[in-house]
Design a binder for this molecule. Structure first.
Ligand code: NDP
Length: 239
């Protein structure tokens, strides 16, 4: 029988595509984001949609417990919710740094803490955290975003080491640039223009959110005794 899958940030991009992929195979799901109406509009079967800001651990936890009461314990948590506000370190508004620290780091840590204790007790479960290619190598204009994604890469590996003896998988996926709503939060026009030029150059064969979603699902559906640990997936022509 298929077990409960929890996906954060399912109102657009990777999270939304992932929810559709799992729904096709009949998984029970809890999908979370602030724009609950976008998730409800998907009308996915066997799926609970909840308005959750991942920076608020209490609301996040309440939604997970509610879904677990209905569908059974969480078998997969995908910490996908994230925010990218690019900017030059010398000039960027520190509020933007704080937003990214809150969502990209605290949100992921909140999610892991909500499910890890149960997973370790049951000796079963998988957590997949969305890091980024920017969590493995630096890019100008990405200081705070890189800091959060390097953080996700690091804390995922720590969690993996803490959970591995309990048969629990914790892994990170590090995608390269993919067209989603992610760039929409950046306010620096020079950086937006640079990205768009790059995207136009590779448009013909660019990697899609569906490719990333299928990869996450593949990693999860491997036997519990097989852990991919860290997946890097990019457009073939990305540096
Ligand atoms: P999108 O902007 O399309 O989606 C981001 C999702 O996160 C939305 O559903 C949004 O929902 C949700 N979200 C943002 N803030 C919060 C919050 N405080 N609480 C709950 N949900 C929140 O981006 P992508 O799909 O591209 O990104 C998904 C993940 O993949 C992110 O972690 C991103 O950093 C990472 N990534 C993306 C890459 C890309 O090129 N696209 C490359 C590498 C990594 P809502 O606004 O409704 O709350």
């Amino acid at each position: 029988m298929k077990k409960l899958v929890v996906i954060t940030g399912a109102s657009s991009g990777f999270g939304m595509e992932l929810a559709k992929e799992f729904a096709e195979d009949g998984y029970p799901m809890l999908i979370l984001a602030r724009r609950v109406e976008k998730m409800e509009a998907l009308n996915l079967p066997n799926t609970m949609c909840r308005r959750v800001d991942v920076t608020d651990q209490e609301t996040f936890k309440a939604a997970v417990r509610e879904a677990e009461a209905k569908y059974g314990k969480t078998d997969l948590l995908v910490n996908n919710a994230g925010l990218m506000q690019l900017g030059d370190l010398a000039t960027q508004d520190p509020k933007e740094w704080q937003n990214m620290l809150n969502v990209n780091l605290m949100g992921v840590m909140n999610g892991m803490q909500i499910v890890l204790r149960d997973m370790k007790e049951r000796r079963l479960g998988t957590i997949i955290n969305l890091s980024s290619i920017a969590g493995l190598k630096p890019f100008p204009g990405h200081a705070a975003y890189c800091a959060t994604k390097y953080g996700v890469t690091g804390l995922t590996e720590v969690a993996r080491q803490e959970a591995s003896a309990y048969n629990v998988r914790v892994l990170s996926i590090c995608p390269g640039a993919v067209s989603t709503e992610l760039l929409g939060h950046t306010t620096d026009q020079g950086i937006i223009d640079g990205y768009n030029e790059w995207k136009e150059a590779v448009e013909a064969t660019s990697i899609t959110a569906t490719d990333v979603a299928k990869t996450i699902k593949y990693a999860y559906e491997l036997p519990q005794g097989v852990s991919l640990r860290e997946i890097v997936i990019t457009d073939t022509r990305q540096d």
